[in-house]
Design a protein around this ligand. Structure first.
Ligand code: PMP
Length: 444
């Protein structure tokens, strides 16, 4: 069973259909910004496995740290005793935190679990039940995380009833107010905070509301950075009403946006923050951080999990944190981000594209290009319901034919760039070239 076709045939027969795929090729090897497939093709990976392999595939120091840890302790169950990599990792993370008050950690395996844990903690800490989430948010696939996910109905289609006590408020994305990418940021922030205030007066009283949950750059909902004034508004509303602010940095954290954490762009202090993905560069690990004063309210034994804070994943994450500093990753993100934005904005202004690139946005190397589409430019519900959405996926398909993995995002015609944070200038330029060619062939 080693040829590409026999592997795929076996997979198609025995792997659940519920798992979608963008290619019928098979991963064999990853190295830096590139993956090699069973077909023999070498493909430039501008997805980082959905924002995970931030330091590239198989970073030598990270892989070595994991291999060494495999020879000393693989599973040190966290409800039985601490293990050293767990504590070393906390030591590395403390100085990276966006606020010095964030000093109490818990590790889990996936982003969804971190979100579950954050929701559970928020309820336990406040003894209130309701959670406010954002329109377009993505927080994961487990039951609580799915209940606060509002980006696509496919994730929870046929699964209801979900966790009750969840209320949705619009994120300041121009689509949510039927406007355009040129709408004023102040107006969007004001309109969003107005809707939130209405929600608190009409649907979920602050006395029943434990927390507001938000991604500082909404990810699966379109790669839209939250305006700093919006985040500051959320902080004020939470402070006024004794609600907690949960910041989900699962996708935007660890340098992805050009700062350690995207929340730093607003200077806002989270009460609880979730992290995963880039934390361990591909080893399953997530984290929840809060203030000791809040986590001291939790009863011992209320948090846990068989594999939570796995020793190999923690050792890998320690190596990630060290490499992140040694290799000055944030400097590379700034430099490559400028090149990426300048190339994409150049493409957007090409007259041959007839204004069909509506928006180029993002922060650092978390960047999106949104194409014009009749489904939303018409502002007509009937058109929205019936217009096919295929432009962005045709572009990403063409990119793959040309040798690059690229993903779409949101229910609009949007593609997202998530290249490795240590990508070379040459590889970034190669990816841009592939994208430009694909767009010029498809978007007219
Ligand atoms: N939160 C955010 C912001 C995410 O982007 C994701 C994953 N895309 C999750 C949570 C869920 O993480 P996981 O897939 O590791 O469960």
């Amino acid at each position: 069973m080693s040829t590409q076709s026999s592997l795929v045939e076996f997979g198609q027969r025995h792997v659940t259909k519920g798992l979608g795929r963008i290619t019928e090729d098979v991963f064999q090897k990853g190295e830096g910004s590139w993956v090699t497939m069973a077909s023999g093709r070498r493909i430039l990976d501008f997805t980082c496995g959905i924002g995970v392999t931030n330091l590239g595939h198989c970073h030598p120091k990270v892989s070595k740290a994991a291999a060494d840890q495999c020879l000393s302790l693989v599973h040190g169950q966290c409800s039985i005793a601490f293990h050293e990599p767990y504590l070393q990792l906390i030591e590395r993370l403390i100085p990276m935190m966006p606020d010095p008050s964030l000093d109490s950690f818990f590790f889990w395996n996936s982003g969804s679990e971190a979100v579950e844990g954050a929701l559970k903690m928020a309820r336990q800490m406040t003894r209130k039940t309701n959670i406010i989430t954002m329109q377009g948010a993505y927080h994961g696939r487990t039951f609580g995380a799915m209940a606060v996910t509002k980006s696509k109905t496919i994730y929870s289609d046929g699964v209801a009833p979900l966790m009750p006590g969840v209320f949705t408020t619009p994120f300041p994305y121009w689509h949510h107010f039927n406007t355009s990418p040129t709408s004023s940021e102040d107006e969007l922030v004001r309109a969003s905070l107005y809707q939130l205030e209405l929600l608190l007066q009409q649907q979920t009283a602050p006395t029943d509301t434990a927390a507001i949950l938000v991604e500082p750059v909404i990810g699966e909902g379109g790669y839209v950075p939250a305006p700093p004034a919006f985040m500051r508004g959320l902080r004020e509303i939470c402070d006024k009403h004794g609600m907690l602010l949960i910041i989900d940095e699962v996708q935007s954290g660890f340098g992805r946006t050009g700062k350690n954490f995207a929340i730093e762009y607003s200077g806002v202090r989270p009460d609880i923050m979730t992290m995963a993905k880039g934390l361990a560069n591909g080893f399953p690990l997530s984290a929840i951080v809060s203030r000791k004063e809040l986590t001291d309210k939790l009863k011992p034994g209320s948090m846990g999990g068989t594999y939570a804070g796995n020793a190999v994943s923690c050792a890998a994450a320690v190596a990630v944190a060290d490499a992140f500093k040694e290799e000055k990753i944030l400097d590379n993100v700034q430099a490559r981000s400028q090149e990426l934005f300048s190339a994409l904005n150049g493409l957007r202004s090409k007259s041959s594209l007839n204004g069909n690139i509506l928006d180029v946005r993002g922060q650092g190397l978390m960047v999106a290009v949104e194409f014009a589409s009749p489904s939303h430019s018409a502002n007509d519900p009937a058109v929205l319901a019936s217009a096919p959405k295929s432009l962005a996926s045709r572009v990403t398909k063409r990119c793959l034919e040309k040798g690059m993995f690229l993903l779409t995002t949101s229910v609009y015609e949007t593609v997202r760039f998530i290249p490795p944070l240590n990508i070379s200038q040459e590889d970034l330029a190669k990816g841009v070239q592939i994208f430009v060619e694909a767009v010029e062939e498809i978007v007219k």
